[in-house]
Design a protein around this ligand. Structure first.
Ligand SMILES: C[S@@+](CC[C@H](N)C(=O)[O-])C[C@H]1O[C@@H](n2cnc3c(N)ncnc32)[C@H](O)[C@@H]1O
Length: 234
């Protein structure tokens, strides 16, 4: 299938389908996010950097980094940040950022054990075919004492808002995406994958099951996004 054709992955998240879908949205990915979130994406990325508490000179992996938009935010800290993704199209669309980029699959990372002070994955874990394997891989490449931050769409905590939000997602989001995205069908997948994703305590349990310690989360924008944190035992 040509990468410019309308194409969405299915919820079983076959890696080749997911990579093709992101190749297809890559060129307008950053713009589409900013339009669909009304600019909140920038605040969420800033909050993710704060949660990582990076220090100059630290080594940081931004996994499922796409165009490197979060990686660039993290690099403002003075840490050395590498963007990894398996969509060549997404990495190519972010090449102008002049960040270190390494193509790789989240479930078999091309890095040695214990090399990163901190690891992050923003709006990526939900798209990985085996998120538990990805969290174990993140643990493997993190130094003892190192930290993890997962930024992901989550479940709004206030019931009435949750209902409106899920309606907005299912109905309005694909229509808005049609106006700005190069592949609006990908945003039907986005809405469906958010609805199917574990809520905050369920995800926290899975992170702990993958071997991370002291797992906690913080809601952003009423739980539209949650930042989960964890540590690798020293
Ligand atoms: C929604 S984008 C997030 C991009 C970026 N992190 C951000 O903050 O906007 C999800 C990314 O996950 C990547 N991805 C999904 N499954 C992956 C896997 N198994 N290995 C590496 N990257 C993966 C996709 O290629 C895509 O670029």
């Amino acid at each position: 299938m040509a990468k410019t054709e309308s194409f969405r992955a299915s919820l079983d998240k076959q890696p080749d389908e997911v990579a093709s879908m992101f190749d297809g949205v890559a060129k307008r990915y950053d713009l589409t996010n900013t339009v669909l979130t009304g600019g909140l994406d920038r605040y969420w990325r800033w909050a993710t950097r704060q949660a990582l508490a990076l220090r100059p000179g630290e080594r940081v992996l931004d996994l499922a980094a796409g165009t490197g938009v979060s990686t660039a935010e993290f690099a403002k800290s003075g840490a050395w940040c590498v963007a990894t993704d398996f969509s060549q199209g997404m990495l190519a669309a972010g090449r102008f950022r002049k960040l270190p980029m390494v193509a790789g699959d989240a479930t078999a990372l091309p890095f040695a054990d214990g090399v990163f002070d901190a690891v992050a994955i923003s709006y990526g874990l939900r798209n990985v075919s085996d998120p538990d394997a990805a969290m174990r891989e993140l643990l493997r490449v993190t130094k003892p004492g190192g930290r993890l931050v997962i930024a992901e769409f989550s479940t709004p905590v206030f019931g009435p808002f949750r209902t409106i939000y899920m309606e907005y997602l299912m109905r309005a989001l694909p229509r808005v995406a049609r106006a700005v995205s190069s592949n609006p069908d990908a945003y039907v997948y986005l809405a469906e994958s958010i609805r199917a994703w574990p809520n905050q305590p369920q995800l926290a349990m899975r992170i702990a099951d993958a071997g991370w310690s002291e797992v906690k989360w913080r809601n952003l924008t009423g739980g539209i996004v949650a930042l989960h944190r964890g540590y690798k035992l020293g």
